[in-house]
Design a protein around this ligand. Sequence first.
Ligand code: G1P
Length: 284
Amino acid sequence: MSITKVVIPAAGLGTRLFPATKSQPKEMLPLGRKPMIQLVVEEMLQAGLWKVLVITGQKKRAIEDHFDAADGDLFGEGESATDGLLPQFYFRRQAAQRGLGDAVNHAKEFTGSEPFAVALGDCIIDGDGPAPLMCRLLEAHCSKGAAATIAVQQVAPEAVSSYGIVVPEGDTEATFRIRDIVEKPSMAQAPSHLAVAARYVFQPEIYDFLGRTEPGHGGEIQLTDAIKLMLGEGLRVWCVPLAPGERRLDIGSFKTYAQAFFSMMLRDPELGAELRDYVHGLLD
Ligand code: G1P
């Protein structure tokens, strides 16, 4: 099974980053020289996912404008990250903020009867694993014959209420199956500290479950709840943990945005050394 399509939900209002994102998409915030969403697309190209549907909404037109230049300028030769593969973009608007599950449901016509990946547009997977994380997810999904495959990461106990949290079947060292999942549980009710890490692969059956998912956490249609329904009906859901050398960089808050920006800028091939000296100077 060859998977070439990815859905990038990017319709969220970014209220936690106001006023920086009052009139521009948070996904266009730069991490070093490139906007976040371009780095997400490059991550997807590394895994051979070149048909890209971005779910947009109000104030997100800058994303479409940015990728208009994808004729070689952005992803052309010399961009080793993309292996010479050029993306083909599609855009669909989510008119109302009804949740991540609702956003993914807007991809139904785009993905049709094919399996597809989902990559949240406000974070990247940085660092080195045995292979890029999305490649490992696709490989696990196909070899296990999974209905859904999810990237997960260990988080601190006090952070569980910001994530979807999974309930593993057994050993969680390598690829593992789960028996339940819950969106943003309290610390006291969290069944584990393994959090959904913004990357997924689905069989098209996910749409049957999304169609039956009632509003959940925050009154929104949660992707996590659709996966929970899948598990309830006996479908197989597998997880791939982030490798020790990998981490998720996100722009969910000013703190994580600043961390992500520094991480990328301080290793800029041209300016990184000079900027590291500058930061040392500031700290002294
Ligand atoms: C979303 C998902 C959540 C997941 C998180 C990070 O939450 O609903 O399950 O753990 O992304 O991938 P959000 O950060 O959009 O509130």
